[in-house]
Design a protein around this ligand. Sequence first.
Ligand code: SAM
Length: 229
Amino acid sequence: MVDLLSLQKSFILAHLGPGDVAADFTMGNGNDTLFLSETVGEAGRVYAFDLQESALVSTRRYLQEKGAPENYTLICASHHRLKEFISEPIKAGMFNLGYLPGGDEKGITTKRATTLPAVQAALDILAPDGILLVAVYPGHEEGRLEGEMLADFAASLSRYQICSSCFRILNSPAAPFFYLFEKAPDKAVRRPGRAAKNAARAERLAKQINDASRRLQEQEKQEKAEGRE
Ligand SMILES: C[S@@+](CC[C@H](N)C(=O)[O-])C[C@H]1O[C@@H](n2cnc3c(N)ncnc32)[C@H](O)[C@@H]1O
């Protein structure tokens, strides 16, 4: 059976490693913050956001209990303001939309009006070959609408800059699902395109022609020399 959580982690792990910068845009109780913190290690950095002070308190306690590396910055602010707090590119970002499980301030959920600008801003600061994962909970009305809004947004992006995909269990429509946004790698590390291949072929051909004409000239010189003898 598909395990969406392991699938999410495997995507993140394909892009994120020790020393990288990552962000958890919906900290909650800190499960994703811990995963990111352990993945980037001592040399990396993790920014984590939540609107609720209680989320920061429980996440700090959880990270300390688990002995997480001290590489995290916990921020009590809405994620759509992320550029005020992060001034470097991130290699991975996670949104886990919806309500804080077991939260004491009932009714605080992510909302379309801030989710969309937050996702857009996170894509802006995503490093080349970076990844953004957005988990959606369609079991409540605002979650369902966030999912629809993000589907339109994901489909509107240029696939040459950002590849957007969706992972969903089709015969369980109320189950959580997630969107994945992967930024194109830097041009420098991309495989050579057609123009580069043509230039290399033209260079090889020019070299072959030069070599052949040099051999011809040497042959003519030798024939002349032999004719004189
Ligand atoms: C489903 S929970 C996240 C669970 C979390 N990833 C974990 O591992 O426990 C969603 C969280 O998003 C937070 N949230 C809601 N609106 C937000 C906003 N505009 N900016 C930042 N966090 C927000 C909620 O307070 C809640 O804690």
